[in-house]
Design a protein around this ligand. Structure first.
Ligand code: SF4
Length: 169
């Protein structure tokens, strides 16, 4: 599990994450290959579809106007698979991004906690932790084996360049 930057109590009060404007949103979580199989093997979860490009398909929010992740309970803001949620969900509001042939660690400033705290010492320490974590041999292998999660997100802020193997760029 990736250590979290945003405190859980802040996340539970925010109505931002796990909600999407469109059913085919680029922001819906993209899964590692092993996560796809892990979800398909479980029979105790709400019905969910995974797209051909390995994204969890958002569903219509039964309690609102937008689309939500099928694992989100939009009434209490809790995730049905929180303890085993996908890598991208653990990483968010940080994202791995491909830009100008570089693999970057970026952050989504739409997260209000990040927006307020991105210049803090706490954020600098956390980014250093994330870079160490993502540049570890084990994580590099996971990223190399799952190039689908290195995407070209727009409107995110670059915070560091990652040392990823050239062949996945
Ligand atoms: S899997 Fe959980 S954390 Fe990830 S988008 Fe869905 S509800 Fe949110």
């Amino acid at each position: 599990m990736i250590k979290q930057f945003v405190p859980q109590e802040f996340c539970l009060k925010c109505q931002g994450c796990c909600r999407f404007k469109e059913a085919n949103s680029v922001w819906s979580p993209c899964l590692l290959d092993e996560e796809v199989q892990g979800l398909l093997d479980r029979t105790d979860l709400p019905a969910a579809s995974i797209s051909i490009d390995r994204r969890i398909q958002p569903v219509v929010n039964p309690h609102g106007a937008e689309f939500i992740c099928p694992f989100l309970n939009s009434l209490d803001n809790k995730c049905a698979i929180y303890a085993g949620r996908p890598f991208e969900c653990q990483l968010y509001p940080f994202l791995i991004n491909l830009r100008n042939d570089k693999v970057l660690l970026t952050v989504d400033l739409n997260c209000p906690y990040v927006y307020e705290n991105i210049n803090s010492q706490e954020a600098k320490d956390y980014i250093a932790y994330l870079c160490d974590f993502l540049n570890s041999p084990q994580q590099l292998k996971i990223l190399k084996d799952n190039p689908q999660i290195i995407q070209a997100y727009e409107e995110v802020r670059e915070v560091a360049e990652l040392r990823l193997p050239h062949e996945i760029k």
